[in-house]
Design a protein around this ligand. Structure first.
Ligand SMILES: Cc1cc2nc3c(=O)[nH]c(=O)nc-3n(C[C@H](O)[C@H](O)[C@H](O)COP(=O)(O)OP(=O)(O)OC[C@H]3O[C@@H](n4cnc5c(N)ncnc54)[C@H](O)[C@@H]3O)c2cc1C
Length: 353
């Protein structure tokens, strides 16, 4: 048997999987999907878990079933390139691979800020988002929440918590002079106005010096605080950081045109861990996953792989609670209910693969 192992069943990994099982899969191929969770998680919705506006089951779905697909659910501890083996935490199971796809997603980057890792909540995994939800949900009336980082995830977290809990004092710390610096001024103004109207305090030019159990110290001023949520940057997954591959300045793996690691062409990297000219996103991970499925399918059939087409992104969407949103679609900036409805529609489609 030839073993294809997909490490991480997120946006990238699942697209590789569905792409492969929707083509002709030779009989001697077995696919093993490894994930710490026994379901596919929709990370782009984790802010709703934190805010308590959606239930767990709304932001996950079952993995597809197929005769040639096996699942191993557990947290991976190490990838052994020599032995071509995957090892788990607290389990003796070893999974061997002939072809490996790495789609492990990213983790928080704390930029060396003292106390940030110990005293902040995270939205980067399902279990961490649930833990953040308990911290926010248990706050007494008028509790204080700080969200550090005003990129897409920080905006969505702050807005969703506001919608869930009108009583809370919410502060968003933004490193720049306006929120969402990667978006155009129309969107920045819309989001700014939403925060003013909904009483979310935004502090610009933030420079968090340290975080304590009950406060955030920013530009020499310490704000007393009940819960701090960190959305101030991500880095590649720790297992990827440990691999001796050539990386870019963000620590992402440099891949060739076929998403293969140049010195290990049987290893593919997709999503947040693959170096790209595009910013990391669920959409990018999914499109890369589709391409890898085509390449792998050709190789498994003994054909020369077709060169992947240039990736064209359709735009980015963000939510401000359940009835407002923003985004770039087909090179146009849109705000209000329309982008919000489209975002909900995308989730609906994703849940049905
Ligand atoms: C709150 C929030 C909102 C966001 N909103 C948007 C948005 O609106 N639009 C957008 O395009 N992007 C958004 N993003 C970014 C987007 O979620 C990521 O870019 C995307 O999930 C990356 O996909 P991926 O396939 O690389 O990894 P992921 O989808 O993160 O999948 C990684 C998988 O690996 C598994 N895994 C991790 N570690 C291990 C381990 N040690 N052992 C076993 N399994 C493991 C995880 O369980 C997971 O299933 C948002 C992110 C956050 C946090």
């Amino acid at each position: 048997m030839r073993n294809v192992v997909i490490l991480g069943g997120g946006y990238g990994g699942v697209k590789v999987l569905t792409g492969l099982i929707n083509t002709t899969l030779p009989d001697d191929v077995e696919i093993t999907v490894i994930d710490k969770n026994p379901y596919q998680s929709f990370k782009t919705e984790f802010h709703t878990i934190v805010a308590g506006t959606k239930a767990d089951i709304d932001v996950r779905t079952q993995f597809p079933k197929h005769d040639q697909v096996k699942y191993e659910f557990g947290t991976v501890r190490a990838i052994d390139l020599q032995e071509r083996a995957i090892y788990f935490q607290n389990r003796s199971t070893v999974v061997y691979f002939d072809y490996l796809v790495i789609g492990l997603g990213s983790e928080d980057a704390y930029h060396g800020v003292p106390g940030a890792e110990e005293y902040t909540e995270s939205v980067q995994s399902f279990s961490k988002a649930r833990k953040a939800a308990v911290a926010v949900g248990n706050l007494p009336a008028y509790g204080k929440v700080s969200v550090v980082g005003a990129g897409l995830s920080g905006i969505e977290v702050a807005a969703e918590i506001r919608e869930s809990r009108p009583d809370l004092n919410i502060r968003l710390l933004d490193r720049g002079g306006s929120v969402l610096k990667a978006f155009d001024p129309k969107i920045q103004a819309h989001v700014h106005d939403w925060f003013v109207k909904n009483d979310v305090e935004v502090l610009h030019y933030a420079n968090v010096e340290y975080v304590e159990k009950d406060g955030v110290c920013n530009n020499g001023i310490c704000y007393v605080n009940d819960v701090t949520i960190w959305t101030a940057g991500v880095q590649p997954h720790q297992l990827v950081r440990e691999l001796p591959f050539t990386k870019d300045r963000f620590g992402k793996v440099i891949v060739n045109d076929y998403f293969q690691v140049p010195d290990h062409p049987h290893i593919y990297v997709v999503g947040d861990n693959a170096s790209s000219i595009h910013s990391p996103s669920a959409q990018l991970a999914g499109l890369q996953g589709e391409q890898v499925a085509l390449v792998l399918s050709d190789i498994l059939l003994g054909n020369e792989p077709r060169k992947p087409k240039e990736i064209r992104l359709r735009g980015t969407l963000g939510s401000l609670g359940k009835s407002d949103g923003f985004g770039n679609m087909f090179q146009r900036s849109v705000t209000g209910i329309l982008p919000r409805l489209i975002k909900s529609g995308i989730l609906w489609l994703q849940k049905r693969h």
